[in-house]
Design a protein around this ligand. Structure first.
Ligand code: CP
Length: 326
């Protein structure tokens, strides 16, 4: 068991080794049980986390904020538009100054070509851990909660389990590619056979795809890309179907919407889920475009684990904070 996580950043999913991720999950299950039993677990008494948001959030804000309080500390919710960042505070200044006030700096910044660089520049200047609450490339804390949920439902041995990560149609906005990218990086390390399904205009970043292929090969796992949602879902153990924007192809919102609107039939519905194994689970990080991206019958149906998945954000993040900020 690798336990040397104190002071570490979590920006990319691969910042923690597989063994370190296993440590995070073990701590997460311990904290989950302690909360269930009402046992105090104030590992971060008097510690304060800065939560700097450049984009809206329901689950991420709620789970980090509740998690810090349950660990005996406090989380400061800071919206970028209420700061002096637009008046000149640089990444270096944010890292230096917040690093002196706080015991950890969590940031959500999903702007294409901007967010990940911002997090890394703040981390370079910070003396405390920087935690990625989602950038345009990775959503590592969502992915830890996803892995935790899959293990709870399918057992610790995930080898040869088929995980489908599929694009689905959404009408609301061009969603980041960070969730599918984190999934294709993390799941092969745990032996899952990943099938990535998307229309041709919705590829993931080439460098992430290369890393995913290399990790699958190194871990003896399968990794396949198909352009047909139904073909992908046959005999699946896990169907993780969600929308993302064609951001690798175009960052123009109007052009992206035009491309996206060609694929309105890419919907997670009962017929799709029926293609999976009898005990297939349906996952989505939420928010979802209900009855557009996924039908209510799937989202609220017996295969859906979306609420357990959302709950596990709390436990997984508490584990990361306790291990990195103590
Ligand atoms: N899944 C997720 O990150 O949710 P929020 O955008 O509401 O934080």
């Amino acid at each position: 068991m690798q336990t040397t996580l104190r002071g570490r950043d979590l920006i990319s999913d691969l910042d923690f080794s597989k063994e370190e991720v296993e440590t995070v999950l073990d701590v997460a299950w311990d904290l989950k049980m302690k909360r269930a039993l009402g046992q105090p677990h104030a590992y971060l008494r008097d510690k304060v986390l800065a939560m700097l948001f450049f984009f809206s959030s329901t689950r991420t804000r709620g789970s980090f904020e509740a998690g810090m309080a349950q660990l005996g500390g406090h989380a400061a919710f800071i919206e970028s538009r209420t700061t002096q960042i637009s008046h000149g505070d640089t990444e270096r200044e944010m890292g230096e100054i917040f690093g002196r006030y706080f015991d950890g700096i969590a940031i959500r910044h999903v702007d294409w070509g901007v967010g990940n660089r911002y997090l890394n520049l703040v981390a370079d200047a910070s003396r405390v851990p920087v935690l990625n609450m989602q950038c345009e490339i990775y959503h590592p804390h969502q992915c830890l909660a996803d892995l935790m949920t899959i293990i709870e439902k399918k057992g610790r041995n995930l080898r040869r389990k088929k995980m489908v990560v599929s694009w689905a149609y959404a009408a609301s906005y061009l969603k980041p590619v960070s969730v599918p990218q984190s999934l294709v990086l993390q799941m092969p390390r745990f032996g899952m056979d990943v099938v990535l399904a998307h229309p041709p205009e919705f590829p993931l970043m080439p460098e992430v795809m290369q890393q995913a292929r290399d990790l699958a090969r190194a871990n003896g796992a399968g990794f396949e890309v198909v352009h047909d949602m139904k073909e992908a879902c046959k005999d699946a153990d896990v169907i993780y179907a969600k929308s993302w924007g064609p951001l690798v192809t175009t960052t123009d919102p109007a052009e992206g919407k035009r491309v996206q609107d060609q694929y309105k039939d890419w919907v997670a519905n009962d017929e799709l889920i029926a293609l999976g194994k009898d005990d297939v689970i349906y996952m989505h990080p939420l928010p979802a475009d209900r009855d557009i991206e996924v039908t209510s019958s799937v989202l609220d149906g017996r295969h859906s684990v979306v609420f357990d998945e959302a709950e596990n954000r709390l436990h997984a993040q508490k584990a990361v904070m306790a291990l990195t900020m103590s």
